[in-house]
Design a binder for this molecule. Structure first.
Ligand code: FAD
Length: 601
């Protein structure tokens, strides 16, 4: 059965499609409102039986004129959901979510029109069923999954090691350094509890060596796993020749030095995972003292004074490392806050603890000029908190964001549409506008995070192999691995307010957590957000030590649609920081006995 029994004309009724074993099932969430413009396959409502919950997707794109169901209504196959002013043709046959994605032959097309593809008339040196371009967390995961599903797979990567930005110059080396500096800071803090260690002696070469060992262990592991799966890796810079051929200009050495040789790979299907790179501000001179995150992670020197341009997660993590090594730091940020994706109450806690790290945090301020001088980098500022005089720094870290590599891979020859910023649009099966070419990871958009790339990778490989997988995450967590850590998942309060979602919240202060007090780190809190109508959890956030590890429970709860009783009645081990999640849920219900009496709901 195709989705929705919609009549003729432009105004159509969208009905519940055949959703299998579901009769008179309650609607637990209405995800759209009159006036919304939707795309084909966007989820409209969530229904739930005693076995499972599932989203009913839109059969086609259009504008919603009326919503005919409310939370609590019971629906079956054929029940009217809403009225739609449809645009264009219907999407591929669509049932309810778990079987929605029309895989294989029924290729869905992403909305953007593509350029006219080229035709390669030459031969090929290598043929495969699946070609993956780029070996970051997206690319290697896609290649490994494709190989596990029985596809003859080739992985193209310009650098010597697999793992992309994340393993080589991103997540992993930054966390290796953050771990070392956190232990150093913790050791210093022990003096207050009666154990003094004395001033740390920093051996920069050894520290760098250790970081490189961590990276090497992981990238080496990936090479082994590629081999075990018979994934063939081709080292070089890939560029599409047409929709079924990629030319690889072979590279060698530590960087991307061309060998002068080329190889053409012919493929049946392809997953583009070519990632992103740091944005460079045009007015900043080329100077070894100006670095991006990759340069900062090289740890060539410990500067006395450093300017961090951009107060996002990457900038603040690197600021944490360098300040723990002894550098004095200024941060300049154009917006009116640091770590802007997170709710302000979390950031406030982080700011209080981190005040001693920074000489100046200049919000609503921009850098206007940088002069490379012998005695340092002379920087001028403009804005609300700009110093009157230019400032002198030994190092500048540019961390103002990352830009996708979409315009550097010859996508136009394959007929793949790339927008003006370099992003490639996909549908929920990660398909581009060209049916047999998929795209995943940083190159398809925000949030640019490794765990998002990996999940998209699995969907793309499975969809390419004809499975009915599609990407339908209720939440993608974000973590700043600073000290304290800041982590959030699902909706933030700011998002709830902007979207008009009625939510209730419970905040459990770590000042009431036995474990946090015993750790001497009770400044944090755990916050849980519930939908006021359904009482299902829609978001959560934690600020405090190890918040990044603790957030996973909230991620699972959001995906499972838990209510406060599910979470609060789950027995958590005592005394742990994780208990604070259960206690926040109890607090929402008014039954927490670790805090003064609350109002019962
Ligand atoms: P990438 O990792 O960018 O990989 C793309 C690969 O494609 C690269 O290896 C590149 O060399 C290759 N490539 C590109 N073009 C070509 C071509 N034409 N031919 C051949 N090869 C090509 N994310 C987190 O989730 N957690 C973190 O803690 C975290 N920390 C970070 C810290 C830093 C300092 C940085 C910079 C990023 C961090 N990220 C973190 C983000 C994370 O690294 C990215 O989201 C992730 O690497 C994206 O994966 P990807 O597979 O899409 O692309």
């Amino acid at each position: 059965d195709a989705g929705g029994g919609y009549g003729g004309g432009s105004l159509e009724e969208v009905r519940v499609p055949d959703i299998g074993d579901f009769q008179d099932v309650p609607v637990i969430e209405v995800l759209v409102r009159p006036g919304d413009t939707i795309r084909a396959e966007d989820p409209l409502i969530t229904v739930e039986s005693d076995k499972a919950s599932m989203d009913v997707p839109a059969p086609k794109a259009g504008k919603i004129t009326d919503v005919l169901v409310a939370v609590g209504d019971k629906v079956s196959k054929g029940s009217a959901i809403l009225m739609l002013e449809a645009e264009g043709k219907a999407a591929a046959p669509s049932a309810a979510a778990p079987s929605a994605a029309a895989a294989g032959a029924g290729e869905q097309k992403a909305a953007a029109p593509g350029p006219k593809a080229a035709t390669h008339t030459g031969g090929a040196d290598l043929e495969c069923e699946m070609l993956v371009l780029g070996a970051g967390p997206g690319g290697y995961s896609a290649a490994f999954r494709a190989a596990d599903l029985g596809m003859k797979t080739v992985l193209v990567e310009r650098y010597a090691t697999l793992g992309g930005v994340c393993l080589n110059v991103g997540c992993i080396p930054s966390k290796a350094l953050l771990h070392v500096t956190a232990v150093t800071d913790a050791a210093k803090g022990m003096a207050e509890h009666g154990i003094a260690f004395g001033k740390p002696k920093i051996d920069l070469d050894k520290l760098r060596g250790w970081k490189e060992k961590v990276v090497g262990k992981l990238t080496g592991g990936l090479a082994g796993m590629a081999k075990a799966r018979k994934v063939r890796t081709v080292r070089g810079v890939g560029k599409f020749l047409d929709p079924h051929h990629l030319e690889v200009a072979l590279t060698s050495g530590d960087g991307q030095e061309p060998t002068g040789d080329k190889q053409v790979v012919k493929f049946d299907k392809c997953i583009i995972a070519a990632g992103s790179q740091s944005v460079k501000l045009p007015f900043i001179p080329d100077d070894p003292r100006v670095v991006d995150s990759t340069g900062a992670l090289e740890l060539t020197t410990i500067p006395k004074r450093m300017l961090v341009i951009g107060g996002g997660i990457i900038g603040l993590e690197m600021a944490t490392v360098y300040s723990s090594l002894g550098t004095r730091i200024d941060v300049v940020e154009m917006l009116d806050g640091l770590m802007t994706g997170a709710d302000r109450d979390l950031v406030k806690v982080w700011e209080k603890v981190n005040t001693p790290r920074f000489d100046k945090v200049m919000l609503k301020t921009r850098t206007t000029d940088v002069k490379a001088q012998k005695n340092g980098l002379k920087v001028s500022f403009e804005g609300d908190n700009a110093p009157t005089e230019p400032q002198l720094y030994d190092m500048i870290l540019q961390s103002v964001g990352r830009t996708p590599n979409g315009n550097k891979i010859g996508a136009e020859n394959a007929g793949v549409a790339v927008d003006e910023r370099g992003f490639i649009a996909t549908d929920k099966q990660m398909r581009t506008n060209v049916g047999h070419i998929f795209a995943i990871g940083d190159i398809i958009g925000q949030p640019m995070l490794a765990h998002k790339a990996v999940h998209e990778a699995h969907v793309a490989a499975e969809a390419a192999a004809g499975q009915k997988s599609f990407f339908d995450a209720r939440q993608i967590p974000s973590v700043a691995y600073t000290d304290p850590e800041v982590a959030w998942a699902g909706k933030t309060e700011a998002e709830c307010k902007a979207e008009g979602i009625k939510y209730g919240k419970a905040v459990f202060p770590w000042a009431a957590s036995g474990r946090a007090i015993a750790n001497g780190r009770d400044e944090g809190f755990t916050k849980v957000l519930f939908d006021e109508e359904t009482h299902r959890i829609i978001g959560g956030a934690i600020v405090g030590t190890q918040a990044g590890d603790l957030i996973s429970e909230l991620c699972l709860a959001i995906e499972m649609g838990c209510d406060p009783v599910d979470i609060g009645k789950t027995i958590h081990p005592h005394p742990t920081l994780g208990e604070s999640v259960g206690m926040a849920a109890e607090l929402f219900e008014g039954v927490c006995t670790d805090l003064p009496p609350q109002k019962k709901r």
